[in-house]
Design a protein around this ligand. Structure first.
Ligand code: KIV
Length: 275
C-alpha cells in the first residue's frame, strides 16, 4: 500500500496568489489544540503578538518578548497541517536596524519552522522589509492602526479620517508593497482608503477593521469566539459566546463537586475482582 502524500501547507506566495481570486481567510492562533480546530478553515494562521493581551492579560502588546512568540509559534506549528503560519516580530525586536530585524526573524523561523514573519510599520520599515525579503524571509506587513505604536499614536483610534493621515497610510502601504511584502495587514482604516490601497498594490491586503474591500480578513480568534470580552471593538463579530459556555461549565462543575454528585460511579476506579 502506498503512503499518502504528506499534506503541504499553503505558502506566502499562495496567499498573494489569492488576490483577485477569492478572499483569504486568516485568524490568529496561539496554541496547538486551537490551531487543530482553526487550521482546516483558514488560509493563514497568524501567531499574533495580541497573545500578550489575550492570553497573558497585558494592557498592550508592547511587553511581548521574542521567547513568548517562539514558544507559541512552536505550539501552532505542531497543530498546523494546511494553513500558512506567520509569527509576529514583537516590539523592540526589529525596529533598531535591518540587521537586528534579520537576526530576530531568522531565529524565529529556525526555532518554530514558521513560513514568515509579520512586522508593523510603513515607509520607515521599507528598507528593513527589502533586506529581509532579499535574504529569504517572507514578510507580512502591517499598516494603518499599529498596536505596537499605541504609546505614540494616542491610543487605538481608527485611521485615515483626515487627508494627511490617509496620505501617510497610502505611502506606508506602497512602500511596504514595493519592498516585497507578500501581504499587508490594514488595520482600523476607513473603507474608501482600504479599497483604494487594495486596488493599487501587488501584495494581498488583509483587513481587520478595514472593510470587506480588502483581499482577505483577519480577526483575533478569541475575539470572534467571544472568549476575550474585555472590550469589543466595532469591527469584531462574535461567532460564538464561549465565555458564557465556559462560565456555565465551571458553575455546573462547582455545584456537582459541592453536592458530591461528581465524580459519579462511572468516573470512579473500583478494585478489580481477584481472578
Ligand atoms: O497581533 C495580532 O493578532 C495582529 C492581528 C490582529 C492583525 O496583529
Amino acid at each position: 500500500m502506498s503512503t499518502p502524500p504528506r499534506q503541504k501547507r499553503l505558502t506566502p506566495d499562495d496567499i498573494t496568489a489569492l488576490k483577485g481570486v477569492r478572499p483569504a481567510v486568516c485568524l490568529t492562533a496561539y496554541t496547538t489544540p486551537m490551531t487543530r480546530l482553526l487550521d482546516p478553515h483558514c488560509d493563514l494562521l497568524l501567531v499574533g503578538d495580541s497573545l500578550g493581551m489575550v492570553l497573558y492579560g497585558m494592557e498592550t502588546t508592547v511587553g511581548v518578548t521574542v521567547e513568548m512568540m517562539i514558544a507559541h509559534g512552536q505550539a501552532v506549528m505542531r497543530g498546523a497541517a494546511h494553513a500558512c503560519v506567520i509569527v509576529d516580530l514583537p516590539f523592540g525586536s526589529y525596529q533598531e536596524s535591518k540587521e537586528q530585524a534579520f537576526r530576530t526573524a531568522a531565529r524565529i523561523m529556525k526555532e518554530t519552522g514558521c513560513d514568515g514573519v509579520k512586522l508593523e510599520g510603513g515607509e520607515e520599515m521599507a528598507e528593513t522589509v527589502a533586506f529581509l525579503v532579499s535574504r529569504g524571509v517572507p514578510v507580512f506587513g502591517h499598516v494603518g492602526l499599529m498596536p505596537q505604536q499605541v504609546n505614540t499614536a494616542g491610543g487605538y483610534r481608527s485611521k485615515g479620517h483626515s487627508d494627511k493621515e490617509a496620505d501617510k497610510i497610502r505611502r506606508d502601504a506602497r512602500a511596504i508593497d514595493q519592498a516585497g511584502a507578500f501581504a499587508i495587514v490594514i488595520e482600523g482604516t476607513v473603507e474608501p482608503l482600504a479599497r483604494e490601497i487594495t486596488g493599487t498594490l501587488s501584495a494581498a491586503t488583509i483587513g481587520i477593521g478595514a472593510s470587506p474591500a480588502c483581499d482577505g480578513q483577519v480577526l483575533v480568534s478569541d475575539d470572534m469566539l467571544g472568549l476575550f470580552n474585555d472590550f469589543k471593538p466595532r469591527f469584531v463579530k462574535h461567532y460564538a459566546d464561549l465565555a458564557a459556555v465556559i462560565s456555565q461549565a465551571a458553575e455546573d462543575y462547582a455545584a456537582e463537586v459541592r453536592a458530591r454528585s461528581f465524580p459519579a460511579p462511572e468516573h470512579t476506579f473500583q478494585v478489580r475482582p481477584k481472578k
